[in-house]
Design a binder for this molecule. Structure first.
Ligand code: HEC
Length: 114
């Protein structure tokens, strides 16, 4: 009888530790401070070079979406943002966190032709 109670307490204790460590892990992941969005991110100076260097080799009219021009990027900006944030794109390449954040912020700023 005594043994059973001991085991139950032990299980309770272990699951407590397991759950709380799991929780703090999740919190840590989400707590990574997202960089503030700079309202002045320029398409011409900052976004176009990233797209030209990492995307246009494929997205040059033969592969949807066509990312050669501002027009092409801006009308597809939501899926561009999604694909770079989840790192599906670029295929065969990699963007830095800073580049991903620039694209994300430029889209959230309204995909301006600036
Ligand atoms: C090596 C070639 C290649 C490169 C480089 C590349 N892509 Fe793609 N991309 C593809 C192919 C192929 C598809 C369609 C097949 C698929 O969805 O996997 C695609 C699909 C997409 C789509 C459409 C997804 C949808 O919902 O239909 C978007 C948006 C996209 N790419 C954005 C980008 C961006 C932004 C970059 C650069 C950061 C990039 N791609 C770089 C080959 C490439």
């Amino acid at each position: 009888m005594k043994n059973k109670k001991y085991i139950r307490t032990l299980i309770l204790l272990i699951s407590c530790v397991a759950f709380s460590s799991c929780e703090s892990y999740v919190e840590e992941q989400y707590a990574t401070p997202m960089q503030e969005c700079d309202p002045d991110i320029s398409f011409a100076n900052m976004i176009k070079p990233i797209i030209d260097n990492n995307c246009v080799s494929c997205h040059n009219g033969s592969q949807f979406p066509d990312l050669r021009t501002y027009q092409g990027v801006s009308v597809n900006s939501e899926i561009v943002k999604e694909q770079v944030i989840n790192r599906t794109m670029p295929i065969g390449g990699v963007l830095s966190n800073e580049e991903i954040n620039l694209i994300k912020c430029w889209v959230e700023n309204g995909s301006l032709n600036n």
